[in-house]
Ligand binder design. Structure first.
Ligand code: NCD
Length: 306
């Protein structure tokens, strides 16, 4: 049985197959409409979410399956002190697959050790968010036609932003990918990614503080929100929260075929005026997230549609 805990759990070949499957689902949705009939997805969310929980649910519903779950720790037995291991052994009696989000780094991995059914890590603290990365990869591949030979700028909270950590890890497996890391000093990429992924593998990157210093070079700009809930004090958050605001004036510095991605939710880091720019791809990215999660559910449940 397979779980999805980190973006490297899939080999490049498996990843290619999964993205191809997502592409086929996009083209022929009716072919997959009954593929998961009789199957149940449980979403166990100990942390807030809109897209990640609802897109897993939409994915299972689109496949003809059913959904159950909870959307906050307070409404589950976690509030009584139950461990994630006990919870998944219980949910394994009700459902066929679990998507779990947890504020503690590593919690889904602990749960997976005792789980009788596949678990998808839907975000663990400031660590990883592999299904967002699958979404990002499908979006980039669909928009640019490739996952290699790209200069990718990641902007904002690179310290706590788990989507950034997972995306860099995944993209660092492709040829000739350069990273420009755009953040204030306090929110730099942590060493478990900067040193252990980028430096150890000799992947070219540079760190800059302003968007203006990077815009002209980028093929993809990945904007992120400052992760308020992971700050230790409110003052630091207030000082950082509006550090970057992408607006039309900054978009003028970018290539015609550059695309802006954002895992969402957006706070102030992208001005609403940018939404009308054809290079703004963050709502298309949301749609890709459903196709890729449909492909992931089919893959983990080992269901093949002829
Ligand atoms: C991200 C997350 O939860 O890490 N959201 C998402 O899943 N699309 C990004 C964020 O919350 O800033």
């Amino acid at each position: 049985m397979k779980h999805l805990m980190s973006p490297l759990d899939l080999s490049l070949e498996e990843l290619d197959q999964l993205l191809d499957l997502a592409g086929d689902i996009e083209k022929n949705p009716t072919k997959y409409a009954h593929a998961c009939e009789g199957k149940k997805l449980a979403t166990l969310f100990y942390e807030p979410s809109t897209r990640t929980r609802l897109s897993h649910e939409a994915a299972m519903l689109n496949l003809g399956g059913s959904i159950m779950g909870f959307s906050s720790a307070n409404s589950s037995s976690a509030a009584k002190g139950e461990t994630v291991s006990d919870t998944v052994q219980t949910v394994g009696c009700y459902a066929d697959i679990i998507a779990m989000r947890h504020p503690k780094e590593g919690a889904p991995m602990v749960a997976a050790k005792r789980s009788p059914i596949p678990i998808i890590n839907a975000g663990d603290g400031g660590h990883h968010h592999p299904t967002q990365t699958l979404t990002d990869l499908l979006t980039i591949r669909s928009l640019k036609g490739r996952l290699d030979n790209l200069t990718i700028g990641l902007c904002g909270d690179l310290k706590f932003g788990r989507t950034v950590h997972s995306l860099i890890q995944a993209m660092s497996r492709y040829e000739n990918v350069n990273f420009i890391l755009i953040s204030p000093e306090e929110l730099r990429l942590p060493s478990f990614i900067r040193v252990d992924v980028l430096e150890k593998n000799n992947i070219p990157y540079k760190e800059v503080v302003t968007l203006e210093d990077a815009m002209a070079e980028l093929d993809i700009l990945y904007m992120t929100r400052v992760q308020k809930e992971r700050f230790f004090n409110e003052e630091d958050y207030i000082r950082m929260k509006d550090f970057y605001i992408l607006d039309n004036a900054k978009m003028e510095l970018a290539k015609e075929d550059m695309f802006v991605l954002h895992p969402l939710p957006r706070v102030n880091e992208i001005a609403v005026e940018v939404d009308d720019d054809p290079r703004a791809a963050y709502f298309r990215q949301v749609q890709y997230g459903v196709y890729v999660r449909m492909a992931l559910i089919l893959t983990l449940l080992d269901i093949h549609v002829a």
